[in-house]
Structure formats: structure tokens, C-alpha cells
Design a protein around this ligand. Sequence first.
Ligand code: DQA
Length: 167
Amino acid sequence: MLRIRVLHGPNLNLLGSREPSLYGTLSLEAIDSAITKLAIELAVKVDLRQSNSEGELVTWVQEAREEYDGIIINPAAYTHTSIAIRDAIAAVGLPTIEVHLSNIYQREEFRHRSYISGVSIGQISGLGATGYLLALRGLHDHLAASKGRKSTSAQAASRRAIKGTTS
Ligand code: DQA
């Protein structure tokens, strides 16, 4: 079973009441239950967490190396400031998808730069809560395809070993 850690950054605990014209009216709890429902459908184990603290997010990214196959993260304001979260994602090397509820490229100039996108396999921005569901499907497909590739090459290697050839 694939395992994915979903991380929500600062102020996302206020979703539902926080600037609804930008971030929508769904609470974080409602978004998390939609993610959980889709995860059950896809047979993926998800672990969902929110923190207002950069250090805690860094720790959760680091810990994911042990138990998870990939990460979905909305780093919120840390997207635009956090080299520490970027470095943690690069260090663990897990496939990561970055999500933003709002379209950060239609907003203030300072939101146009993401420190996270350079270490992510993809970014979804501007599709509201649906962005998390697309990220979950996308990461699931990405991980399933890479597992498939790994088992195909492992099978080929064992066939070569049985035949005593190297290529
Ligand atoms: C956000 C966009 C960020 O610029 C902002 O700081 C957030 C939320 C989004 O989901 O649209 O807190 O990541």
C-alpha cells in the first residue's frame, strides 16, 4: 500500500473563515476528510498534519523518509521564504507535490517565487481544495508507475542472473 504524508502550513488551520474569497469556504477539516475519502478509494494510506511552525514542518518532512513514499505539501507563506523546508524535501528525496489553494501567480509579486517548486515533481495552484485531490491522484499515479518500473527492472535483473548474463 502506498503511503503519502500531507502537510498544511501556517494559517491553514483557519480555512473556512480566513479570506474566503481567496481560499474558499471549506474548513481544513472538510478538506482533510475529502482527501481521506479519495485515499480510501485509491487504497493509499494518508497522514494529514498542519503546523504554524516552520521547524515542525521540517521535522515532519525529515521523518517522512522512514515511513512514507511521497509528500503533498501546501507550505503556505513558507513557500516564499523557507530554504529550510526546501532543503528538507531535497534531503529526503521523496517525490513531492506542492499545492496552493489560490493562484499565487495572480497575486502579489512576493508570492510569485516558490522555494519549493524546484524540489517538487509538480505544483498545483489556483484550483482550491480540488488541488489537493488532483495532487493525491497525481502522486499516486507517479508512485505506482515508479514502483512498476522498479519491479520490472528487478525481474529483468533476476532473469539475467539466472541466465548468467549481465545486460
Ligand atoms: C497559499 C498561498 C500563500 O501565498 C499564502 O501565504 C497561504 C496560502 C495558498 O494555498 O493559496 O497561506 O499557500
